[in-house]
Design a binder for this molecule. Structure first.
Ligand code: CTP
Length: 410
């Protein structure tokens, strides 16, 4: 229920993507929002107000002359009650009219009349690729951003007209994520965050390898929470079957050495590094070129191991961390004695904050419990969904960043 107590005005303008707005409306309501649908005359050509009324469970407004409001001022009343106005789909024509402050139908009037300081305006453009790429549309998009609207961008792919390119409306699920993100405090605005997540895979031969049970869910939740908080986020992910959080740049890797290279390449630009990955400590000294076969002797092959680079320890001891330009946060997946292990690991890794969790109790789960260990004490986050914990952790990191270079000493 990410949108509990939120009241959203969902505006529809003319475009074939109106059919997706029915699903979007349903998703918003499932997350606890109340939704007031307002449609332009062009939108009514693509989907009926009846459909949107049935989904939102509220009468739909289409005209500024609607007399159902006691004072006949739908354009004022509807905007005053809202927490945000989301226009999806937002046509090229509507963007142009908004950019010029047009006020000749209910939806444009409502956007202009809303108290902009407390009612956000989010736009989900949808149009043919040429229309989207046209300088006039791009100029309008830039102007609307300057005026305080959030232009959510477009999807790419096959279009209703048969052409392929940029301009599709984002999928309802992506729009839902954007709206949820909109309401999160921007504690990491201007920061660049690097996250490692998931397991690594160390090849024994071309068909076998050594890995672990990390699902990557905690790291992906942290990447999402950091992006929601306004950061630019790079997520270096081991082999996991998770979709990339919206707005996050993902770098896929397989082995610990690949993860190390990717993390080092992005660390210079980062101000916060959160190492959630369950990196294999060891890898086979030799990865066989071909599949190792049974030779019938009954004797198992002997594997030799060499140590992998420790990404967190390397970055925690780097000049970036020492100069205070990079805050490093470690995780510890333990199976017992969490407090003592986490405290010892924090000092061993040389990080100001180490987050302990019980690996077998959390791997693959959607919730977790965390123990935050710092030089000045410990803090417990009770069992909760990983996204909720990630948001709380991001807040702690934002406070540490704001307080300057934090200490490692016990
Ligand atoms: N880590 C890392 N690179 C490694 C090993 C670990 O970056 N080669 C990071 C993990 O991402 C995590 C922290 O170090 O943030 C602790 O990882 P963990 O596997 O719990 O600790 P280890 O150093 O492997 O210690 P041990 O195996 O003794 O528990």
């Amino acid at each position: 229920m990410e949108l509990r107590d939120k009241h959203i005005v969902l505006g529809l303008t003319g475009g074939i993507a109106c059919y997706k707005s029915a699903e979007l409306c349903r998703l918003l309501i499932k997350q606890g929002a109340s939704v007031q649908v307002v449609m332009s005359a062009a939108a009514e050509r693509f989907i009926t107000p009846l459909t949107m009324q049935a989904l939102s469970n509220r009468p739909v407004y289409t005209s500024q002359w609607d007399e159902r409001q006691p004072n006949s001022m739908a354009h004022i009343n509807l905007g005053r009650d809202a927490d945000a106005v989301l226009i999806a789909p937002c046509s090229a024509d509507f963007m142009s009219r908004l950019a010029h402050g047009a006020a000749d139908d209910l939806l444009s009037l409502l956007c202009l009349a809303r108290p902009a300081h407390r009612v956000g305006l989010l736009l989900a453009p949808a149009m043919n690729r040429e229309m989207w790429a046209h300088p006039a549309t791009q100029r309008n998009a830039a102007q609307l951003q300057r005026d305080g609207a959030q232009v959510l961008g477009v999807g790419s792919g096959e279009q209703a007209c048969g052409e392929t390119g940029d301009g599709r409306m984002l999928e309802p699920q992506d729009l839902l994520c954007e709206l949820i993100a909109f309401f999160q405090p921007k504690r990491l605005a201007g920061q660049r965050v690097l996250v490692t997540a998931g397991p690594t895979y160390e090849a024994i031969d071309p068909v076998r390898g050594i890995t672990n049970l990390s699902s990557g869910k905690m790291g992906f939740a942290i990447a999402r929470a950091a992006r929601e908080a306004g950061a630019e986020v790079t997520l270096v992910a081991g082999p996991v079957a998770l979709s990339t959080p919206r707005g996050v740049t993902r770098v896929d890797v397989r082995s610990a050495r690949e993860m190390h290279v990717a993390a080092m390449a992005h660390a210079a630009q980062a101000s916060l590094f959160i190492a959630t990955a369950a990196v294999a400590d060891w890898r086979p000294a030799h990865s066989a070129e071909h599949k190792i076969k049974k030779n019938g002797s009954g004797i198992a092959p002997q594997l030799q191991f060499v140590e992998n680079p420790d990404i967190l320890a390397t970055l925690a001891h780097s000049d970036w961390a020492k100069s205070g330009s990079l805050l490093c946060v470690g995780f510890a997946a333990e199976s017992e004695d969490l407090l003592a292990n986490a405290q010892a690991k924090r000092l061993r890794k040389g990080v100001p904050l180490l987050v302990g969790n019980i690996g077998p109790a959390t791997f693959g789960q959607d919730d977790n419990a965390l123990l935050l260990v710092r030089a000045d004490g410990v803090q417990e986050f009770a069992r909760a969904p990983k996204l909720e914990l990630a948001r709380r952790l991001v807040e702690v990191c934002a406070t540490m960043l704001g307080a300057g270079a934090p200490g490692v000493a016990a």
